[in-house]
Design a protein around this ligand. Structure first.
Ligand code: ASP
Length: 350
């Protein structure tokens, strides 16, 4: 009787073990299969800056203007990617459109320095070989992201600044404009407001963006070949001086891309993004800790950066086409596109 019971137990244990083996295996296979099935053919995510962007401060027209511009920007990148173009081309063309739009703080419509100039910063990084290019403080290159790309592809350097970057851009045949091209009334007024506030507050190095909106632009794309590219372009922060350069052209701070983890483009208070190597940290959490893109983005932007007092956000996508757009400010102009989705958002509650 006892022997019979033991045998029955053995059979039961064997049966349970087999059940577990098959069900665990099936689950694993399903996970792999579904992640393969879910990976979009291509994807792109963009931002047009983060900051105090509140519904109550927005008119219906302004809201629509931004949404239309973000949608158009996404469609430009989507066309490149859908036709099998590279993520580098998608990022460059999308950013070119945003640089040419006076709505954003990049290219035309860039914010003013304390001296009443527009000094532009940009960078681009390719996740396939981690090649990168950046320019800082240029005053006459119409599309700074093109100069960053030229540094990446046509020079042996990663970062050029000031007069040298302008000379290099001219030699590369990029479009050079009179510095007055970048001026918009709206940004000029922001500078005057910042200067008044500065007098009130008595700071010498006070920098301020209109209503603390940042307005930098950025894009991260994943092409059909699985290559990630990230790029960022900006006028920096209103009332900046002493040739201040922010995070946008700093690889690892404002921009980062690696095919094995993710691509990131940032916007926000640049000094914090530089000090805490925000873009690279998100990729590093994925690389070394095995975090998902969402976990890494949430931790770095909504936990660590908040603790450190840095405001802003990032847009990011990983090698499987997962998308994250975390930010800790009131709002962030943002959106993404895949073959089946096109999404544009502005405020925190959407
Ligand atoms: N991050 C930029 C900078 O600090 C500003 C922005 O995002 O608008 O230069």
């Amino acid at each position: 009787m006892i022997q019979k019971q033991v045998n029955m137990n053995k059979i039961l244990i064997f049966f349970l073990a087999m059940l577990c083996f098959f069900s665990c295996n099936t689950e694993e296979q399903t996970a792999v299969a579904s992640s393969k099935a879910e990976r979009p053919e291509y994807a792109m995510v963009i931002h047009g800056g983060a900051g105090t962007i509140l519904r109550k401060n927005m008119t219906e027209e302004k809201d629509k203007e931004y949404r239309d511009a973000l949608t158009q920007a996404l469609e430009i990148g989507q066309k490149v990617l859908a036709e099998g173009g590279s993520s580098i081309d998608a990022v460059q063309k999308t950013i070119n459109f945003m640089e040419d739009s006076p709505l954003f703080n990049a290219g035309k419509g860039a914010v003013f320095t304390n001296a009443g100039l527009n000094e532009l910063d940009a960078s681009i990084m390719y996740g396939k070989d981690q090649n990168a290019g950046a320019i800082g403080g240029v005053t006459n290159v119409r599309n700074p992201i093109n100069a960053a790309r030229a540094v990446m592809e046509k020079s042996e350097h990663v970062m050029l600044t000031g007069k040298g970057a302008e000379e290099f851009s001219k030699k590369q045949g990029l479009e050079i404009v009179d510095p007055s091209y970048f001026k918009t009334e709206r940004r000029w007024k922001s500078l005057q407001k910042a200067k008044e506030n500065e007098e009130d507050m008595g700071y010498e190095i006070q920098v301020l963006n209109e209503d603390y909106k940042y307005g930098t632009v950025g894009a991260v794309a994943l092409d059909k070949e699985g290559n990630i590219c990230a790029g960022t372009s900006t006028g920096g922060m209103t009332n900046k001086r002493y040739n201040r350069i922010g995070d946008a052209p700093i690889i690892g701070a404002g921009t980062f891309a690696d095919n094995t983890s993710c691509g990131v483009s940032a916007t926000g208070h640049g000094e914090y993004f530089i000090r805490y190597t925000v873009a690279r940290d998100i990729a590093a959490m994925m690389e070394y800790k095995g975090s998902t893109l969402e976990e890494a983005g949430e931790y770095i932007i909504n936990q660590k950066l908040v603790e450190k007092g840095g405001s802003g956000g990032v847009v990011a996508l990983d090698k499987d086409g997962n998308i994250a757009m975390p930010f800790n400010s009131e709002g962030m102009y943002r959106g993404y596109v895949t073959p089946t989705q096109k999404v544009v958002k502005i405020y925190k509650d959407e």
